[in-house]
Design a protein around this ligand. Structure first.
Ligand code: MG
Length: 395
């Protein structure tokens, strides 16, 4: 079952599925409003259930493809039906944003293995997700390239043998841009990522380095390593996808071409490795790998992520919500680039962040932080309340 099947991860998941037709059957697909792409996927894979954003998308889908034998659902409830379908062994969580939270949680609760590309899930509710997975025995397999790299380097070793997790970061398009010009960064400049091709939200997160901050939070939950032992390393070539330093001083790095199919296939084939039609590294030519520390002053989002982990409770959910609202405002041309870290910081400082005991605690924190972020943006003179901002999450 694939959540977010028409996005950049989802389409690559389907490429792997199509490369190994004897190993996979597509049980369910969930997309948002890109019904043209979804229609083509339905025609090709004939899933038993699909889900789209709303009634309008459902009607448009029905005009594009024969839906006999295909149940069509809408909204988060529809996504849950896809992710928990009785016939599915694994759910791929590749929807972008907070919308992936509930369907992923329900999948773990139902004992489905989850191949996880949706960052927000662990960022918002890491502790709860891990608890559900532990109860049902469901496996959480990271698709994000950095966490896949850590997963590969660790190869089953636990926190006691880990000295540090070293998350590599390309540094984004503004690594070498002077800090005092950050307020003039345009949408187009921020969307031009040097190495990975990704959706707009994640590309902006990469430009602010919030993407790496979210990954630090994810790594903390996935591998049970406290934040003080998770370090970010700038590596512009994106050849080393992350490293683990073990307690004996050995560092293992995972290296591969920058093709999302590598981590996706690893998650889908784990614990096996399958022969892939993906190119390998070319060591016949000279290459240089740069590694260095991040500039924390230029990219305050990184510090905000560590701060959210330190505060604990629902702070990371608030950080994520504030980031989503601020990024949407920037993409709509309603807020400058520098407003993104500032909004997050103000939201983190504005409220107490109580413990997250249930998913409702998390969604409440999400709502509160979104409102707070819109207030902050409105105060700055940017209309962060327009329809472009993502809708609050509902259960
Ligand atoms: Mg990543």
């Amino acid at each position: 079952a694939i959540l977010g099947s028409t996005g950049s991860i989802g389409t690559n998941v389907l490429r792997i599925v199509e490369a190994f037709p004897d190993r996979f059957a597509v049980i369910g697909l969930a997309a948002g409003r890109n019904v043209e792409s979804l229609a083509a996927q339905v025609a090709r894979h004939r899933p038993g259930v699909v889900s789209v954003a709303d009634q309008d998308a459902r009607e448009r889908l029905s005009t594009l493809v024969d839906l006999s034998g295909v149940e069509v659902r809408v909204g988060v409830d529809g996504m849950v039906e896809v992710s928990t379908h009785a016939a599915a062994d694994m759910a791929v969580a590749a929807a972008v944003g907070a919308v992936g939270l509930v369907p992923t949680y329900r999948a773990l609760e139902a004992g489905k293995d989850v191949a996880l590309a949706n960052k927000e899930t662990l960022v918002m509710a890491g502790e709860l997700m891990l608890a559900r997975a532990a109860e049902t025995g469901a496996r959480l397999l990271p698709i994000d390239s950095e966490h896949c790299a850590l997963h590969q380097c660790l190869d089953g070793r636990g926190p006691d043998e880990i000295r540090r997790l070293l998350l590599t970061a390309s540094g984004g398009p503004f690594r070498n841009r002077p800090r005092e010009t950050f307020d003039r960064i345009t949408r187009e400049e921020a969307l031009a990522h040097p190495t990975w091709k990704m959706g707009p939200k994640i590309t902006i997160d990469s430009a602010t380095m919030m993407n790496k901050g979210l990954e630090v939070i994810e790594a903390r939950w996935l591998f049970g390593v406290p934040p003080g032992r998770i370090q970010v390393v700038i590596h512009p070539q994106s050849i080393i996808h992350s490293m683990v330093e073990f307690v004996d001083g050995t560092v293992l790095a995972q290296v591969s071409v920058t093709d999302m199919r590598v981590p996706i296939q690893y998650a889908l084939s784990y614990p096996e490795r399958w022969d892939a039609a993906i190119g390998g590294m070319d060591f016949s030519k000279a290459m240089q790998l740069e590694l260095g520390p991040p500039d924390r002053a230029k990219f305050p989002c990184l510090g905000h992520a560590y701060r959210a982990l330190e505060v604990g409770g629902t702070a990371a959910a608030a950080l994520n919500a504030a980031n989503e609202v601020a990024v949407a405002a920037f993409l709509e041309g309603e807020a400058p680039f520098a407003a993104i870290p500032q909004t997050i910081q103000e939201v983190l400082e504005a409220d107490a962040h109580p413990a997250a005991r249930t998913l409702e605690d998390v969604t409440e924190a999400d709502h509160r932080a979104r409102e707070r972020a819109r207030e902050v943006l409105a105060r700055r003179g940017s209309a962060g309340t327009r329809s472009g901002a993502p809708a609050p999450l509902s259960l």
